[in-house]
Write a protein that binds this ligand. Structure first.
Ligand code: ATP
Ligand code: MG
Length: 244
C-alpha cells in the first residue's frame, strides 16, 4: 500500500470539513478524487503532504505513519506553479537547488526530461513567454523530478482549453505508464476522471464524506476513442448520480 488514509477528519473554524475519510492507494494505481468545489479535496492533499497538521485519524505512506515518514512525495498544488522571475529551466531545478543536489546531476535530470515533456528549446523562456499548456508541462516536469514514485496532482489541467487539456491528459497517461508512478489526482471534470483513472472516489460536501467509489475497468493504454464508448458513458452517469 502506498498511501492509506484511516478515518481522517478536519475541522476549520468550528466547521467540519472532512469526516471519516478512509481509502487506500495501491502501488501503480491512478486514483482520482472528485467532488464539489470547497468540499475538501485540496485539504486531503495538504494533510498527506504534511502541510496541514491539525487533522484527526491516521495517514500511512508506504506503511509508515506520516509523522515518522522521511521519504518524499511529489506534489503539484492547485494554484501557482511557476516563479515568474525564473526561466523554465530555473523553475525546474528549484526543488533540487533547495535540496542542495549537485548542479551537474540536477542539470542532467532536467535535460533528460525536456524532450519527453515537449519542452526542448523552451528552457530559457520565462513563464510569461510560455503557453498555458507549456506552463502545465513545465510544472509537471518539475513534479516528476522529485525523487519518489508517489505523485499528488491537484487539478493540474484546470484553466486549459479543451484541446490542450485533452492533449495533456493523453500525455499524462503516457508518462505515468512509462514511469510507473502511483498517482492521486484531483479534478472537477468527470470525463477526465474516467479517462485517466483506475479508481474514482466521489466526495460529498459539508462535511466531505465518501459517497462512492468506482473501479474503472476500461483497458489501458487508453485513447480518446474510449470517450464515446457505452461503458465510458455508464461510468459518467454513475458519477453524476453520486454527485447530486
Ligand atoms: N487553512 C484553512 N483555514 C480555514 N478554512 C480552510 C482552510 N483551508 C481550507 N479551508 C476551507 O475548507 C473547505 C475545503 O477547502 P478545499 O480547498 O479543501 O476545497 P476543494 O475541494 O479543494 O475545493 P476546490 O474544488 O474549489 O479546489 C473550504 O470551505 C475552505 O474554505
Ligand atoms: Mg482544491
Amino acid at each position: 500500500m502506498k498511501i492509506s488514509l484511516n478515518n481522517i477528519g478536519q475541522v476549520y473554524d468550528g466547521k467540519k470539513v472532512l469526516s471519516e475519510i478512509s481509502f487506500d492507494v495501491n502501488a501503480g494505481e491512478f486514483i482520482t478524487l472528485i467532488g464539489p468545489s470547497g468540499c475538501g479535496k485540496s485539504t486531503i492533499f495538504k494533510i498527506i503532504t504534511g502541510l496541514e497538521k491539525n487533522y484527526t485519524g491516521t495517514v500511512l505512506i508506504n506503511g509508515i505513519d506520516l509523522e515518522k515518514y522521511q521519504g518524499k512525495l511529489a506534489y503539484m498544488p492547485q494554484n501557482d506553479l511557476l516563479m515568474d522571475w525564473r526561466t523554465l529551466y530555473k523553475n525546474a531545478v528549484l526543488p533540487m537547488e533547495i535540496e542542495k543536489i549537485n548542479k551537474k546531476t540536477a542539470d542532467e535530470k532536467v535535460r533528460k526530461l525536456l524532450p519527453e515533456f515537449k519542452l526542448l528549446g523552451e528552457e530559457n523562456k520565462y513563464p510569461y513567454e510560455l503557453s498555458g499548456g507549456m506552463k502545465k508541462r513545465a510544472a509537471l516536469l518539475r513534479t516528476f523530478l522529485v525523487d519518489t514514485d508517489i505523485m499528488l496532482l491537484d487539478e493540474p489541467f484546470g484553466a486549459l482549453d479543451a484541446i490542450t487539456r485533452s492533449e495533456m491528459q493523453e500525455f499524462l497517461l503516457e508518462v505515468c505508464e512509462k514511469h510507473k508512478h502511483t498517482v492521486l489526482f484531483i479534478t472537477h471534470d468527470i470525463d477526465e476522471a474516467v479517462y485517466l483513472s483506475d479508481r474514482i472516489i466521489v466526495l460529498g460536501k459539508n462535511p466531505a464524506v465518501i459517497k462512492g467509489e468506482l473501479e474503472i475497468k476500461l483497458p489501458k493504454p487508453r485513447n480518446t476513442e474510449v470517450l464515446l464508448e457505452r461503458e465510458f458513458l455508464e461510468y459518467k452517469k454513475r458519477i453524476m448520480e453520486l454527485l447530486v
